[in-house]
Design a protein around this ligand. Structure first.
Ligand code: NAD
Length: 297
């Protein structure tokens, strides 16, 4: 099918490549020219703005780094809302349900249907097509997209109301953020006690403490000290803040989330928004006075 794709970064780059390779006809836009080049080489068409994308295709996907940028790209002066052909807006970004509901209402006035479609599984999952793809929106609008979404990974239909897939995604990312923060503290404790951090991951991964920090993030980016996992610190903190806000909206207990959020805010202050999220390990290392390094296996 003909698809517009806006935001060709760490996730949007490989996801749009997979769409082209699966035979879809893509029109792409990113504010960074260098992000567009690999797609154009594969045969995608370049657009000049989100509005230009939306003038050329009925289905527009976005994968953008912040809520403000997402809102501007969807509803701003040069946003896709100005396009003449667009009928479906598929947002692959993590925005939380509040933002999703707001955008959906604005777009509805122009007869554009919003489909929330946040994904989980990181850059590696985007490259391989093994993401968890969480979708919400009118079923009759989601079904025609299913084959395109399956290019990204396993598709889970989460409900028909705007924002439902976003709530699902926030729950997932809160657990991912918590696993990472808690694993840093657990492994720091062990290293302080004289244990090898690499052995600790092996034991945890054979035991009940296993989580994606010990199976993937530590072995790939913390133990070898590369801190190159591909998910920005600002993005992780955005997701934790969104979870806290949404949990507060619903009045659920957030004692764990508040503690986890505090550590992520500290890591953001220490390492900056463009650092890799795995650098939270350095924050814990600094506090503990140790390093959690081991040669890459
Ligand atoms: P990124 O920063 O790598 O990519 C964002 C892209 O958007 C960049 O190429 C940037 O140039 C482009 N962009 C910025 N402003 C723009 C504008 N006004 N118009 C057009 N393009 C613009 O971010 P990412 O890591 O790919 O994340 C994108 C979304 O996916 C975020 O919501 C993030 O939370 C979510 N996500 C990321 C990961 C991950 O592991 N990186 C995993 C799951 C979900």
């Amino acid at each position: 099918m003909e698809i517009g794709f806006i935001g060709l970064g760490s996730m949007g780059g490989p996801m749009s490549r997979r769409l082209v390779e699966a035979g879809h006809k893509l029109t792409v836009f990113d504010t960074r020219k260098e992000a567009m080049e690999p797609l154009l080489k594969l045969g995608a068409t370049a657009a000049r703005s989100p509005a230009d994308v939306a003038d050329r295709v009925e289905t527009v996907m976005t994968s953008l780094p912040s809520l403000d940028i997402g809102l501007k790209v969807a509803t701003g002066d040069d946003g896709l809302i100005r396009g003449n052909r667009v009928r479906r807006y598929v947002d692959l970004s993590t925005t939380g349900s509040r933002a999703a509901i707001k955008t959906a209402e604005i777009l509805k006035e122009r007869n554009i249907v919003q489909i929330d479609c946040p994904v989980s599984g990181g850059v590696a999952g985007a490259e391989k097509g093994t993401l968890a793809v969480m979708v919400s929106g009118p079923k009759e609008e989601v079904e025609p997209l299913r084959s395109a979404l399956e290019v990204f990974g396993k598709v889970f239909y989460c409900g028909d109301k705007p924002g439902m897939a976003q709530s699902m995604k926030l729950a997932n990312n809160f657990l991912s953020a918590t696993g990472m923060a808690a694993s840093c503290e657990a492994i720091a404790m062990g290293v302080k006690a004289g244990l090898d951090p690499s052995l600790m991951c092996d034991v945890i991964n054979a035991g009940s403490g296993m989580n994606t920090a010990t199976t993937q993030k530590f072995p790939r980016s913390v133990l070898p000290g590369t801190f190159d996992y591909g998910f920005g610190m600002a993005l992780m903190v955005k997701d934790v803040r969104l979870f806290l806000a949404e949990a507060q909206d619903y009045g659920i207990p957030i004692e764990v989330a508040q503690a986890v959020g505090k550590l992520w805010e500290k890591a953001l202050a220490e390492h900056g928004p463009t650092s890799d999220f795995t650098e939270i390990a350095k924050t814990v290392e600094k506090g503990a006075g140790i390093q959690m390094r081991a040669p890459k296996k």
